[in-house]
Design a protein around this ligand. Structure first.
Ligand code: HEC
Ligand SMILES: [Cu+2]
Length: 327
């Protein structure tokens, strides 16, 4: 009796289960065959960087990236397509799928400080539209610094420097809401205008500066997002406290040549006489274009316009304290 049940079991297995699993396998095959699978290797830049660094796909195509890292932990992000893998551990394969609905160039980057050269670890997804090969990319307005004709390579010392660090919190208590456009005017220019206005004669210089700090954060970008981006992308060079002492900021190519006054690293955001002479448009321009003959990377291809304004607002927290929107 036992033997018969066993034999029956074998028959069921051969007649039913095996074909069914084959059938399932076929179904699985056809399902995955309309996915374009691309293997991507993440290596620190001095080990070869992204391979491939240019990924070519078509509009509407389902793409699956299989990302692996032979060396250290990396991250992967295609910001404009909202594709993100926070952690690619050595020896693991991370898979992520996306469909690009519009033709274009979509830069991607590593989001982890994998090495001193980490910020060079970038690549691009090229999405082709095979049906309409000539569809032009959507036009976008030139950045504000270009509209205003600001020369990013000029020094921008502040004409007015406060004796103490301006405080948005003290400014809030003054009940003095000044009206100023910080995108196009530097805080120092705003101060000049207010100081020349007899309406503010009753206020001391320090009070005007506090009012400026308060007014600044009233309309500034999202400090939380700015803080996140700064910690992820900038602190390694500019230092967590913004004072230019980050470990990756040392020995940058061109820095000591272009800036003998910066022997220890890049721009110091706690330096009021530098920062208060810059409008937001100027800072945004420097961040989006990068360069300046130094190791400052460009962020315009990875950040949205809003990201750029948010990180600029966060930079102001190094010279203005006591924001009423806590980061
Ligand atoms: C690889 C190192 C490095 C990284 C990463 C880096 N920077 Fe810089 N940055 C520099 C150097 C070097 C300079 C000095 C260039 C100059 O001002 O001429 C600089 C200059 C700047 C300036 C100009 C300051 C001024 O007073 O003119 C701004 C603003 C700036 N960086 C913002 C950022 C932001 C925001 C990030 C992150 C999104 C960032 N940087 C990431 C190296 C770096
Ligand atoms: Cu990296």
């Amino acid at each position: 009796m036992k033997r018969e049940i066993f034999a029956l079991g074998i028959i069921v297995l051969v007649i039913v289960v095996f074909p069914a699993s084959l059938f399932g396998y076929q179904a699985w095959r056809t399902k995955t065959s309309d996915v374009r699978v691309i293997d991507v290797i993440a290596n620190a830049p001095n080990n070869g960087g992204w391979q491939p660094a240019t990924i070519r796909v078509n509009v509407g195509e389902r793409v699956r990236l299989r990302i692996s890292s032979p060396d250290v932990v990396h991250g992967f992000e295609i910001p404009a397509l909202n594709v993100r893998v926070d952690e690619i551990l050595p020896g693991h394969v991370q898979e992520i799928e996306f469909v690009a609905s519009r033709a274009g160039r979509y830069p991607f980057a590593c989001t982890r400080w994998c090495s001193v050269d980490h910020w060079r670890m970038r690549g691009v997804v090229l999405v082709a539209d095979t049906a309409n090969s000539d569809s032009p990319p959507p036009a976008s307005a030139p950045p504000l610094y270009q509209q205003l004709n600001i020369n990013l390579d000029e020094m921008h010392p502040a004409q007015n420097v406060p004796a103490q660090k301006p405080s948005a919190l003290r400014g809030a208590q003054l009940n003095l809401l000044v009206d100023a456009d910080f995108r196009t005017n530097s805080p120092s220019d705003v101060f000049s205008k207010l100081r020349a206005d007899p309406k503010y004669n009753a206020y001391s210089d320090a009070q005007l500066w506090d009012a400026i700090a308060f007014a600044y954060f009233q309309n500034a970008g999202d400090l939380k997002n700015g803080a996140r981006l700064f910690a992820r992308d900038c602190a390694a060079c500019h230092g967590e406290r913004g004072d230019g002492t980050g470990p990756a900021g040392k020995d940058l190519p061109g820095l000591t040549f272009m800036h003998p006054e910066m022997p220890n690293g890049p721009a110091d955001f706690t330096n009021a006489s530098e920062m208060l002479g810059a409008s937001d448009a100027l800072l945004q321009g420097k961040i989006l274009r990068g360069g300046m003959g130094t190791g400052m990377p460009e962020w315009g291809s990875l950040y949205s316009a809003q990201d750029l304004w948010d990180v600029v607002a966060f930079l102001r927290t190094f010279t203005f304290e006591g924001t009423n929107k806590s980061p």
